[in-house]
Design a protein. Structure first.
Length: 95
């Protein structure tokens, strides 16, 4: 019989902070996905609370989408979802 790890108990503030961070990440993801053009960091910040760590959110999203069919790319101060470059040759044959 293997010992199971005890579930980590979080205090209410930690739970709220994690939920808030997840909601902020989802919001940034939705803003970038809905945009037809790259979105500036200033425009993204305008939708977030002052204490939001936009840099960490964008880094998390880059990691999440790494190796997938779309990637999160930075162009200067702007960010956008783009099709993974390695898929371009296959897409031009079929799209």
């Amino acid at each position: 019989m293997t010992a199971e790890a005890e579930p980590q108990t979080l205090n209410p503030d930690e739970v709220e902070n994690r939920l808030e961070a997840a909601t902020q990440r989802r919001l940034v993801e939705a803003l970038l996905f809905a945009a037809s053009d790259p979105v500036s960091m200033n425009d993204l910040r305008a939708h977030l609370p002052e204490n939001a760590d936009l840099g960490a959110i964008l880094e998390d999203l880059q990691i999440l989408y790494n190796g997938r069919g779309i990637t999160l790319e930075r162009h200067g101060n702007d960010w956008a979802f783009r099709t993974a470059t390695d898929l371009a040759p296959m897409m031009t044959k079929h799209v």
